[in-house]
Ligand binder design. Structure first.
Ligand SMILES: Cc1cc2nc3c(=O)[nH]c(=O)nc-3n(C[C@H](O)[C@H](O)[C@H](O)COP(=O)(O)OP(=O)(O)OC[C@H]3O[C@@H](n4cnc5c(N)ncnc54)[C@H](O)[C@@H]3O)c2cc1C
Length: 401
């Protein structure tokens, strides 16, 4: 007996894919190596995820939005500026006739919600802890062996969705190679408590050391991602809370009012990992297993959901027992090249251009921001791209299924 869809990995992406396929009427088995009990962090230590407008539309189409909505902070304005220069660009949701350009949610709330939905979905069977150990491709199925409760079990699936993260072992077992790029930059991530209610403004500030992004969170909190050279990031992480807050004032000023306290500072080395193929036979890679982007651009999950949207359309109505699966996965690879390429390029430009302290670049940056602010059409274009509407649009991204 063959399983219709098997998903390996129960992170944000694997769970989202499981729900999408189940809502398409597919029988899904999800194998996850951990026990899937998301930890609840301290209030100021929560990691957060910015959800773009396209992601919200996909969640709407999958009927996940009503519950999520209660836990998010909206972004209605994005304020982009350069420290020490006066050029500023303001992107506004109302210019795109939207209530918000995106929303921010704490990671543990999002994964818990997706898990609750998946556990209550009759078409989804979640097996944990279950670690996939071997993968074998045949024309009519993919054969997996996984270890669960000290026992090895075998499963044959018509479609294998590989969502086992950046160090994907299943990707390796499928013989798919990767490319990596080390940006020689480190992001310092922390939450900040402010002394007034958080606004619905997100900020991107280009400082001499690298971009500093601040995203609103509910309850007087902001989530900060600050890119620096590795040495400076280490120094920032070692500072006392008071001295760290002083550094934020120096680079960012007092736009958020007074900063009350800061949570644990976590460092991430900025690296890009890309699989050289998105599919092989009846297997397809999604999420970090396909592309691990660095956190500065806040795009990894949003890109993965757009991938899921396109897969959803291409496999809609397809009998997975037929060879149409393989040809649709070939189409999928072709269709996703451009959007994925743009997402990677966007992150590259952010890191390379905005982490460079050459005076001429500083002036160009400030000038470009000032010019952009005066061009409503260009601003709209930039806004829609940032919200996920670049090349390729699936039915889920239009909010329907
Ligand atoms: C600091 C930071 C901030 C970010 N901010 C944003 C943001 O604002 N917006 C955004 O869109 N993205 C953001 N991202 C990216 C986003 O977090 C990732 O794109 C997303 O979490 C990737 O999820 P995933 O499910 O692909 O991988 P993972 O979360 O790594 O999940 C993989 C799962 O597979 C399981 N697994 C591994 N091997 C096996 C195996 N052999 N068998 C079974 N299971 C296995 C693992 O246990 C794990 O649960 C950010 C990332 C970071 C680091």
């Amino acid at each position: 007996m063959k399983t219709e869809v098997c998903i390996v990995g129960g992170g944000l992406v694997g769970l989202s894919a499981a729900i999408a396929f189940a809502r398409q009427g597919r029988e899904v088995i999800l194998l996850e190596a951990s026990d899937l009990k998301p930890e609840v962090p301290a209030e100021l230590d929560a990691r957060s995820i910015a959800l773009s407008y396209s992601t919200i539309q996909i969640f709407r189409a999958l009927e996940l939005w009503p519950e999520l909505q209660q836990n998010v902070a909206p972004i209605t304005n994005i304020h982009v500026s350069s420290a020490g220069h006066f050029g500023v660009t303001r992107l506004k949701a109302e210019d795109c006739q939207l209530d918000a350009m995106g929303y921010v949610i704490e990671y543990h709330l999002l994964i818990q919600l997706l898990l609750n939905v998946a556990e209550n979905e009759k078409n989804i069977q979640i097996i944990t802890p279950a670690r996939v150990e071997t993968v074998e491709q045949a024309d009519d199925a993919v054969k997996l062996q996984y270890l669960s409760a000290n026992e090895t079990s075998t499963l044959n699936t018509l479609l294998l969705v590989v969502a086992d993260g950046a160090n994907s072992s299943v990707r390796e077992k499928l013989g798919i190679s990767i490319e990596t790029r080390d940006y020689q930059q480190t992001a310092v991530i922390a939450n900040i408590k402010i002394n007034q209610p958080s606004s619905d403004f997100a900020f991107e500030r280009f400082t001499n050391n690298g971009p500093l992004a601040l995203l609103p969170l509910p309850e007087q909190r902001y989530s900060m991602v600050w890119t620096n050279t590795p040495a400076r990031a280490e120094a920032l992480a070692q500072l006392s809370d008071e001295k760290f807050i002083q550094q934020v004032y120096r680079q960012f000023g007092y736009r958020l009012g007074l900063l009350d306290s800061v949570g644990t500072r976590v460092r991430f080395d900025l690296k890009l990992t890309r699989a050289n193929q998105l599919a092989a036979g009846r297997a397809v890679l999604i999420g970090n297993a396909a592309n691990t982007l660095h956190p500065v651009a806040g795009q990894g999950f949003n890109l993965a959901l757009r991938d899921i949207g396109v897969l959803f359309d291409l496999l809609s109505g397809v009998n997975l027992q037929t060879d149409v699966v393989q040809s649709q996965l070939d189409v999928y690879q072709l269709q996703r090249v451009e959007d994925q390429h743009q997402a990677v390029n966007y992150g590259d430009r952010l890191v390379q251009l905005f982490s460079n302290n050459l005076p001429v670049l500083n002036h160009l940056r400030a000038g470009a921001l000032a010019v952009l602010d005066l061009c409503p059409m260009m601003k709209k274009e930039v806004s829609w791209q940032g919200m996920g509407y670049g090349p390729g649009c699936s039915s889920l991204m239009r909010g329907v299924r």
